[in-house]
Ligand binder design. Structure first.
Ligand code: FAD
Length: 475
C-alpha cells in the first residue's frame, strides 16, 4: 500500500501531524510537491519568496532521501496533477494539511472530490496553527473579530506538543517508476528555471535545520528582551522566522515549546514579559488566519462596510515614489528601500509605511498590500491583509482611526537615525536631529540628491480625517 503526502505550506518531515499519521499506518509513504502554475504566474508573486521556497524544497528532498524515501515534484494544476499522480501510483490515500486561504480551500475541495470518486481516501488535518480556526470562538459561538479577547481565550488553552514523525524508507518499484512517466514528474527546478532571480541579500538560509537554529538563537539572544527591543528596526530584536513560519519549515508546536522552555529558564519578570509578548505575536498570526478562514471576503476588500467605498485619491506618481523609497520622509524611504533590497521589512516600519501610504498619500491600501506581496520573502495573504487593513482603518480594530506621524515614529524608534542611514546612504552625513524632525534644508536635499517631501504630513492628516468623517456610517 502506498500513501502520498502532499506538502504545501508544511515543508518539513518533523512535527507534522498529517505526516505522522500517514507514517503510523504501516503503508509506504512518499511526499509530493506541486508547482502550481496559477500561483507562480500570479502578479503577486515575489522572487524572494520563490527562491526561498525552492531552497526549502531542496532541503526537504534531502530529508526524504536521508530517510531512504523520496519527494516527487509535479508541475501544473494540482486539481489535475495530484489525482493523476495518485491514480497512476495506485495510492491508497492522499494526506494533506488544511489551509485557511480561499484559493486553497476551493482547490482542495475539488481535489478531494476527484480522489474520492476514484476510490482514493483523503485524510486532512489542521497543522499550521496551534488551534484550528473554529476552536477559538466567542461565548455566542462566533468567530472573534477583536484581538484582545481572542488572545485571552487562545492563551488560556493548553497547547499541543511537537509531534514525532518516523518517516519509513520507501522506494517505488520498477512498475511504479514506469507508470510515473505518464504524470510526468519533474526534477526540482531552480528559481531561475521558474523565471525568478533573487540574490538572497538577506542571507536567510532555507530549510528546517536553519529555521531551528534561528529559533534557538532568537531564544538565546533576544526573546527575553523582545518587549523592549521589538520596535527598534536598527536592532536584531525579532526572530526573523516569518518566512519559515509561512512555509511551515518549522512546526508551530516546536516554536511554542521553545517559548515554554525559555519561560521555564527564567524567573525575571521582564524576561517573562518579553516571552509573553512574543507569544502574542504568534497569536496575531493565528488571529489573522482564523479571520481569513471565517471572513474570506477580507481577501477582496475592506472588512468594515463604510470603508468599502472610501474616496481614495490613488495618485500613481505618489505611489511610485513610495515604492521606490523617494517620498522625502526618511523613515518611510529607509523602510521601502529595505523591502526592495532584501525582501523583508521590520514590523514597526511595515506599520509606518502602510500608515503613510493610506493616511498621507491617501492611496488605496490594496495597492500597498499587492506591492508587499510582490516583494516580501514572508508575504502571506492573511498576515499581510490583516496588517494592511489595520493600517488603513478598514479592518478588525476596535479603535480604527490611527494615523502615524512619521517624524514622531522615527524619533521614538530610530533615535540615532541608524536604521535610516543604513538604508538611505545619502543621509549619512546629515545631522540626526535634521533627519528625525524633517527639517533637512531644501538646499541640502538638493546637494545630496534626496527629495523634498512629496506631501505635507499635517495637511494630509487633516484631509484624511475630513474624508474619513465624510464617509457614511463611519462613526
Ligand atoms: P517576530 O517579531 O519575531 O514575530 C514572530 C512571528 O509572529 C512572525 O514571524 C510572524 O509569523 C508572527 N507575527 C508577528 N507579528 C505579526 C502580525 N502583526 N500579524 C501576523 N503575524 C505576526 N507578516 C507575515 O508573516 N507576512 C506578511 O505578509 C506580513 N505583512 C504585513 C503587512 C503589514 C502592513 C504589517 C503591519 C505587518 C505584516 N506582517 C506580515 C506582520 C509582521 O510585520 C511580520 O510577521 C514580522 O515583521 C516578521 O518578522 P519576524 O519573523 O522577525 O517577527
Amino acid at each position: 500500500d502506498l500513501i502520498l503526502f502532499w506538502h504545501r505550506r508544511d515543508l518539513r518531515v518533523s512535527d507534522s501531524i498529517g505526516l505522522a499519521q500517514a507514517c503510523n499506518t504501516n503503508a509506504r509513504v512518499i511526499g509530493v510537491f506541486c508547482f502550481d502554475r496559477a500561483i507562480l504566474t500570479n502578479d503577486s508573486v515575489a522572487p524572494a519568496r520563490v527562491t526561498y521556497l525552492v531552497g526549502c524544497l531542496q532541503s526537504l528532498a534531502k530529508d526524504y532521501r536521508r530517510a531512504g524515501s523520496q519527494l516527487l515534484f509535479v508541475e501544473g494544476n494540482p486539481v489535475v496533477k495530484i489525482p493523476l499522480l495518485a491514480t497512476t501510483l495506485k495510492a491508497q490515500a492522499v494526506y494533506w494539511h488544511l489551509d485557511i486561504e480561499p484559493y486553497s480551500q476551493t482547490r482542495d475541495e475539488s481535489i478531494a472530490t476527484t480522489l474520492k470518486s476514484d476510490g482514493i481516501e483523503v485524510h486532512t488535518n489542521w497543522d499550521q496553527l496551534l488551534h484550528a480556526p473554529s476552536e477559538i470562538i466567542t461565548g455566542n459561538k462566533q468567530p472573534y473579530t477583536v484581538y484582545t479577547p481572542f488572545w485571552r481565550n487562545w492563551n488560556s488553552r493548553s497547547k499541543p506538543a511537537p509531534v514525532e514523525v518516523k518517516l519509513p524508507p520507501c522506494q517505488l518499484d520498477a512498475t511504479e517508476l514506469t507508470d510515473l512517466a505518464q504524470v510526468p514528474t519533474i526534477d526540482l527546478p531552480t528559481a531561475k528555471d521558474l523565471g525568478f532571480t533573487w540574490e538572497n541579500p538577506l542571507k536567510l538560509e532555507p530549510g528546517t535545520s536553519a529555521a531551528a537554529r534561528e529559533l534557538a538563537e532568537f531564544c538565546d539572544r533576544s526573546i527575553c528582551e523582545y518587549d523592549e527591543q521589538r520596535n527598534y528596526p536598527a536592532l536584531t530584536g525579532t526572530s526573523g522566522l516569518s518566512a519559515a513560519l509561512k512555509f511551515g519549515v518549522i512546526g508551530i508546536r516546536t516554536v511554542w515549546a521553545a517559548t515554554i522552555e525559555a519561560m521555564a529558564q527564567t524567573s525575571s519578570d521582564e524576561a517573562r514579559a518579553g516571552i509573553t509578548t512574543w507569544q502574542q505575536e504568534l497569536a496575531w498570526r493565528e488571529f489573522y488566519q482564523q479571520a481569513m478562514y471565517h471572513f474570506p471576503s477580507l481577501a477582496q476588500g475592506a472588512y468594515r462596510d463604510p470603508l468599502k467605498h472610501f474616496p481614495w485619491q490613488d495618485d500613481q506618481n505618489r505611489f511610485d515614489a513610495w515604492c521606490r523609497g523617494e517620498t522625502g520622509y526618511p523613515i518611510v524611504d529607509a523602510a521601502m528601500r529595505q523591502l526592495n533590497e532584501i525582501g523583508w521589512m521590520h514590523n514597526r516600519c511595515r506599520m509606518i509605511v502602510a500608515s503613510f501610504l493610506t493616511k498621507d498619500l491617501i492611496i488605496n491600501w490594496q495597492w500597498g498590500e499587492k506591492y508587499f506581496m510582490q516583494r516580501l520573502i514572508d508575504g502571506d495573504l492573511s498576515a499581510n491583509n490583516g496588517g494592511w487593513q489595520w493600517s488603513a482603518s478598514s479592518g478588525m480594530d476596535p479603535k480604527p482611526l490611527r494615523i502615524f506621524n512619521p517624524y514622531t515614529q522615527a524619533q521614538k524608534f530610530d533615535p540615532e537615525a541608524d536604521y535610516i542611514r543604513q538604508w538611505v546612504p545619502e543621509l549619512k552625513s546629515v545631522e540626526t536631529n535634521l533627519i528625525l524632525s524633517g527639517n533637512i534644508p531644501p538646499l541640502t536635499r538638493h546637494q545630496i540628491g534626496y527629495p523634498l517631501p512629496i506631501v505635507d504630513h499635517s495637511v494630509q492628516q487633516r484631509l484624511f480625517k475630513d474624508l474619513y468623517a465624510s464617509v457614511k456610517g463611519v462613526a
